[in-house]
Design a protein around this ligand. Structure first.
Ligand code: HPA
Length: 246
């Protein structure tokens, strides 16, 4: 059965619109995922929901067991993942409040368990990753946004940083020179693992601040909180619309 999952990020640790039917507590050979897989319906569409920071937002970006999360979803029969992330905006179109569907990424993280080809089950492969996000899911999100009148930026380069601290202005200037238009802490290794697992995966990124040195004022955690609350409502509306097309 073709199952769809939503991985929630900051601001979407709980999917209140989900009508939960069951909660599956699972373990994998890579350890335990961030929480039980919540099975239910979102606006009538059957999905699994997994908050990557845990239900109470306790797991920092570098401690998330990305392998267990992706392996658990794959083992549960998931084939498509809509991943929600909160990001800082670097490019002119990606200011606070904008929803971006990136088409590329650059990984600046370190020290994270980032591959399934780790000698555990004696297999080795080299996943093709030229286009790191699923064109099918990206298109579905972009078309759904147009249908329900939610403005999205239909492209972007996601720079994945280590966190949990925010970046220095010089670090962001470097990302900008590299071509990144948004920055977040959890987009990798999640996308790479999804590709290794053979899953269709796309990132629905909500900008909640201008990245360091880009805006005219220092980053305010209060403003981030406000943009998370306001913006995630539109993100959920967009996800519901995209799921209706399945
Ligand atoms: N940097 C990294 N991750 C983020 C940011 C940021 O400015 N905002 C939200 N997540």
């Amino acid at each position: 059965m073709n199952r769809v999952a939503i991985i929630g990020g900051s601001g979407l640790d709980k999917l209140t619109a989900l009508v939960v039917e069951s909660a599956h507590t699972v373990t994998t050979i890579y350890g335990t995922p961030s929480g039980p897989l919540l099975e239910g319906t979102l606006d009538g569409a059957p999905i699994l929901f997994l908050p990557r920071h845990g239900a109470t937002h306790g797991i920092p970006p570098h401690r998330i067991n990305y392998r267990a999360n992706i392996a658990a979803l794959r083992d549960f029969g998931v084939e498509e993942i809509f991943a929600v992330t909160a990001v800082g905006g670097i490019g002119p179109e990606t200011g606070p409040g904008r929803i971006v569907i990136p088409d590329q990424l650059i990984d600046y993280t370190s020290g994270r368990e980032h591959t399934f080809y780790d000698g555990i089950d004696a297999k080795l492969d080299h996943a093709e990753f030229g286009e790191p996000y699923s064109a099918t899911i990206r298109t579905r999100l972009i078309h759904a946004a147009a249908r329900v009148g939610i403005e999205v930026v239909p492209h972007g380069v996601y720079g994945a940083t280590q966190g949990p601290r925010l970046e220095s202005a010089a670090e962001i200037a470097r990302l900008q020179r590299d071509g990144c238009t948004l920055v977040g802490m959890t987009g990798m290794p999640e996308a790479g693992l999804a590709r290794e697992a053979g899953l269709h995966y796309a990132n629905c990124a909500l900008s909640v601040n201008w990245a360091a040195g880009i805006g005219s004022t220092p980053i305010s955690l209060v403003e981030i909180g406000q943009h998370l609350t306001q913006g995630m409502a539109s993100v959920v509306q967009l996800l519901s619309a995209a799921l209706r097309t399945l």
